[in-house]
Write a protein that binds this ligand. Structure first.
Ligand code: NAD
Length: 499
């Protein structure tokens, strides 16, 4: 059986204790692969390697920005060449369908690598005169060791979102993927090794989040943590990082509102809504999990959902025709089924779905039906909490003000969407909703060239564009005097005399 190794200081290595973990294919409950189960000692070794590779004079530190960009571009080419094997590995470990893992993930990673490679010469400081013969200038320098802690959903895409700008800016990295999904991550590391990244500049550790994450959070040799995951884990990392003073970029959970007004294009809206909540079985941070629909079109939207949702092609992840696969794990399936029970007890009514799928080939996997609850209220747990599954809650509103109030009645602030044909309303709603991303008449389309930051408990970070790259640097201020002269401070002069 394949055993996925860690990559530390330019070597593929085993856990210092010899421990390993079995990885389960969520489509059939079978063991798909094994992965090394690293320990705190392994995490410390990886951080030390990254720290050493960051020392002045190391092979990595001597690279010119263009040479770092070349490495990222070469790795991007190799990742695209290996798209098929990456897709199969990702589908087998997390259950996302091939249609998605084959045609999205590898290109998303390669695209992020290339985008950051293209920006390496944009990192520059400023200079200011105007103070006699003093010139003050700033230089942008890399921070040091950046640790990237990634979740299982979009495992390599989220990893690339932290790793590519960190490397482009000249930092070294330690990556800790979710224990559920290290396979595709290791393949990306293989591509980066083949591209020629110097030993120590990129390190991969595998193992339990709590143990390895604590070492990372407490280490004085880690300058920045880029964490993508749940709000609860994010809070734990922030707390543990406090003593060592490090930068923390937190990309956390969401409960995004999806607002349909009566004058919106209902066909496009329902289509995008289904994409927004059922893609990846709803295991998407920006999932449009709260539908807010204007009362006058509520019946029509429900009819459209009842007609279209049951036609979603549920299937095995590697079947190219499948549109919807299993939940990532047995635990995640149970969590979603628990929330469905909670919703029923809270008084919401099931419009569609609500069950585990156990017929035929689905019996051994962790499949849950695409589910829609109506009669939902803002104080219900299914409306307030991130379920991270294929569960849509539906609420109605009378007018624009009520839609905005319901949309903002949440601790999260990741994303939101509005469908309307009224440009004024579109702008007013986008302006007043407290989320980092707003989509108008679409969903999940964006360009990395423009930065974004979440609101509320969805995190604290800035991604994308040059501003996003600058987050991986520190500004050094240098003050240059053209003509050296004494300060005159300790020469007993009174303040009327010139120095
Ligand atoms: P998680 O918080 O359970 O785990 C994320 C990572 O943290 C994993 O690598 C895990 O091993 C590690 N970890 C666990 N406990 C830790 C600890 N105490 N200290 C340090 N690291 C620890 O999240 P998950 O279940 O893997 O992912 C799903 C969550 O991620 C959802 O809440 C989703 O919204 C969020 N997410 C957010 C974004 C975003 O961009 N905002 C993107 C993707 C996923």
């Amino acid at each position: 059986m394949e055993r996925i190794k860690m990559y530390i200081d330019g070597e593929w290595v085993s856990s210092s204790t010899g421990a390993y973990r079995e990885l389960i294919n969520p489509a059939n409950g079978q063991v798909a692969a094994e992965a090394e189960e690293g320990t705190a000692a392994d995490a410390k070794r990886a951080i030390a390697a990254a720290r050493k590779a960051f020392e002045p004079g190391s092979q990595w530190r001597q690279l010119l920005p263009e040479e770092r960009a070349e490495l990222l571009n070469k790795a991007a080419d190799l990742i695209e060449e290996r798209a098929e094997e990456l897709a199969i590995a990702e589908s087998n470990s997390v259950g996302r369908v091939y249609k998605e893992t084959r045609y999205d993930d590898p290109y998303a990673v390669a695209g992020t690598f290339r985008y950051c490679a293209g920006l390496v010469r944009e990192l520059k400081g400023e200079a200011a005169g105007g103070n006699g013969d003093l010139i003050t200038m700033t230089l942008r320098e890399p921070l040091g060791v950046c640790a990237v802690i990634a979740p299982w959903n979009y495992s390599i895409g989220t990893m690339a979102g932290g790793m590519a700008p960190a490397l482009a800016a000249g930092n070294t990295v330690v990556v800790k993927p979710s224990s559920i999904s290290p396979a595709a991550t290791a393949m990306v590391f293989q591509a980066m090794e083949d591209a020629g990244f110097p030993a120590g500049s990129i390190n991969l550790i595998l193992g339990p989040g709590q143990e390895l994450g604590t070492v990372i959070a407490e280490s004085e040799d880690v300058a920045k943590i880029v964490f993508t995951g749940s709000t609860q884990t994010g809070k734990d990392i922030i707390e543990k990082s406090g003593k060592s003073i490090k930068r923390c970029a937190m990309e956390l959970g969401g409960k995004s509102p999806f607002i349909i007004f009566e004058d919106g294009d209902l066909d496009a809206a329902v289509d995008r809504l289904m994409f927004g909540i059922f893609l990846s079985q709803g295991q998407v941070c920006v999932a449009g999990s709260r539908l807010l629909v204007q009362e006058s079109v509520y019946d029509r939207v429900c009819e459209m959902l009842k007609e279209r949702v049951p036609k979603i092609r549920i299937g095995m992840p590697l079947d190219p025709a499948s549109e919807f696969g299993p939940m990532v794990s047995e635990g995640q399936m149970k969590r979603v089924l628990d929330y469905i029970e909670i919703g029923k007890k809270e008084g919401a009514a099931l419009l569609i779905g609500g069950n585990r799928i156990v017929e035929g080939e689905f019996a051994k996997g962790y499949f849950v039906e695409p589910t829609v609850f109506v009669n939902c209220k803002s104080d219900m747990r299914i409306v307030k909490e991130e379920i991270f599954g294929p569960v849509l809650t539906v609420q109605t509103f009378k007018d624009e003000n009520e839609a905005i109030a319901i949309a903002n009645d949440t601790r999260y602030g990741l994303a939101g969407a509005v469908f309307t044909s009224d440009m004024g309303r579109m702008l007013r709603v986008c302006n007043q909703i407290n989320t980092g991303i707003l989509w108008a008449n679409t969903f999940m389309e964006y360009t990395p060239a423009v930065p974004v930051s979440p609101h509320g408990q969805s995190g604290m970070c800035l991604d994308g564009g040059i501003a996003g790259l600058e987050e991986y640097t520190v500004l050094k201020q240098i003050n240059l005097k053209m003509n050296p002269m004494r300060s005159g401070w300790f020469e007993g002069l009174d303040d009327t005399q010139e120095v």
